[in-house]
Design a protein. Structure first.
Length: 483
């Protein structure tokens, strides 16, 4: 059973097309897995088991009438999951908040419709922190999500439920969203892969909160899976313009040749000189750089300038402007907010309210800093760096000692946050492990609209560094001793 659920999404698709595994067998294995593990992990908020099982039966019947594999979709019969901030018809899209309790969309978001059209079956949707404003996952509606590597730790946030479900073999792959590392940090904490695409490559239409106005270049939706090849497959299905996304553009999918990829210069840095990272994190980035050097890439050590300024401008938008955008829906209902979201509000309140001049200066400053980075990226179109300063942290922790220095909560995550402000695509691939055996990912950053190149480079690193490593979890009794 574990062998089936831990096949890559690509292997599952090939086996279904070759009729070696039936969609119904695959679906039953995943539903059984969810039944065993979700009570302890709390990764899913809704499991649409009855409908998913019926759709698997239909997918199996379709195979019987199909003489050619190319007459069915590339994701035919594959069980996937969706973050519960994205519209899925008839599943609650509450974004982890009591204030949105019972919000049930009538229609799928465009990306969900594209996945279904490719043959994917939606198992259910996954847990998030309230309004997505935290790097651990828990809320008053569905409780706290635990990391399948160690339930005393978080799988990250805000796509923490998605990451935990995929890592634990409860889902073959799925979709998260990312406004400040919310795909990449959970992937790093949970030992899986993910892509924060260029804004507009995959439509954010149907996501709450909306990626619009000052947030249009900040927040994106993107694929998560256990292998980079799976992320590539999901990305290719979901990518494409949609009028509901203000950043959307008709960018065709590009297949880079091996020769083109190896001509891309690669820069890397292991820390930003302000926020120290664990030795194992630095070693993972250096190892990724050495892999590419051995593959014939031009590799050099280089760190972007003004990263602390980039961080402050990101916080102006994500934190200070974000607080303003939530204010109307929260007014008068503050007592119903979760502790995690209250903590976010308290962090924002440490600075004065964002003025119109602050917002204008932030948007202008962002474009200046983005231009400077992209100018350097003409020489180095690929940039390697940490995803986060630390591996998965224990629930409730908000600061850590790293290399003899105190690292605070938000700054630990800054390695991902920069690229939300700057609009770069960035992928994560697991590469190392901490002294406690927790997974450590490496971040591969590219130029806007070159998402495919980012994924190709990530695949080269992944292929040189081994297979997906399952977490030490099988059934609830194995978890009980770690709770």
């Amino acid at each position: 059973m574990n062998d089936i659920v831990y096949l890559s999404l690509t292997e599952m698709a090939e086996s279904i097309h070759a009729k070696k595994i039936s969609p119904l067998e695959l679906m039953d294995a995943h539903l059984l897995r969810i039944g065993e593990l979700n009570p302890k992990l709390r990764a899913f908020v809704t499991v649409d088991g009855e409908r998913a099982h019926a759709q698997a039966k239909s997918a199996e019947a379709a195979l019987g009438f199909s003489a050619k594999s190319n007459s069915i979709g590339p994701l035919h019969g594959l069980p996937i999951s969706i973050k519960s901030s994205i519209d899925v018809a008839r599943l609650a899209c509450e974004c982890g908040s009591v204030l949105r309790k019972g919000n049930i969309p009538a229609e799928d978001a465009p990306l969900v419709a594209r996945l279904r059209a490719a043959g994917a079956i939606i198992l259910g949707n996954t847990n998030v922190p309230e309004f997505l404003m935290a790097y651990e996952t828990g809320n008053l509606l569905y409780g706290r999500t635990n990391n399948p590597w160690d339930p005393s730790r978080t799988p990250g946030g805000s796509s923490g439920g998605e990451a935990a479900a995929i890592a634990a073999g409860c889902s073959a792959g799925g979709v998260g969203s990312d406004g400040g590392g919310s795909i990449r940090i959970p992937a790093h904490y949970s030992g899986i892969c993910g892509l924060k695409p260029t804004p507009g490559r995959i439509p954010s239409t149907g996501h709450y909160p909306a990626s619009a106005g000052p947030f249009a270049q900040l927040g994106v939706v993107g694929p998560m899976a256990r292998r980079i090849s799976d992320v590539q497959k999901l990305f290719e299905v979901m990518a494409g313009p949609d009028p509901g996304d203000p950043a959307s553009a008709p960018v065709p999918f590009r297949h880079w040749s091996a020769q083109e990829i190896r001509k891309l210069g690669v820069a890397y840095f292991v820390d930003d000189e302000n926020t120290p990272v664990t030795p194992e994190t630095a070693a993972a980035v250096s190892a990724a750089a050495e892999v590419l050097r051995a593959q014939g890439f031009k590799v050099a050590e280089w760190r972007p300038q003004n990263l602390d300024r980039v961080w402050q401008l990101w916080w102006n938008l994500f934190g200070r402007a974000g607080q303003m955008s939530f204010a109307p829906s929260i007014a008068g209902r503050e007592a119903e907010l979760s502790p995690i979201f209250r903590a976010f509000r308290a962090m924002v309140a440490e600075a004065p309210p964002l003025s119109a001049q602050d917002l204008l200066n932030t948007l202008l400053g962002r474009d200046v800093l983005r231009g400077k980075l992209l100018e350097k990226m003409q020489e180095f179109p690929i940039l390697l760096c940490p995803v986060c300063a630390i591996p998965a942290f224990r629930h409730g922790e908000r600061e850590w000692m790293v290399q003899g220095r105190k690292v605070e909560y938000l700054k630990a995550m800054s390695y991902s946050q920069w690229f939300n402000l700057l609009g770069n695509p960035a992928a994560v691939v697991p590469l190392g492990q901490s002294s406690e055996g927790l997974p450590i990912g490496v971040q591969i950053v590219g130029r806007p609209w070159e998402d495919e190149a980012v994924l190709d480079v990530a695949a080269i690193i992944e292929n040189a560094c081994g297979e997906f490593r399952p977490p030490p979890i099988s059934v609830p009794r194995d978890l009980s001793s770690k709770s």
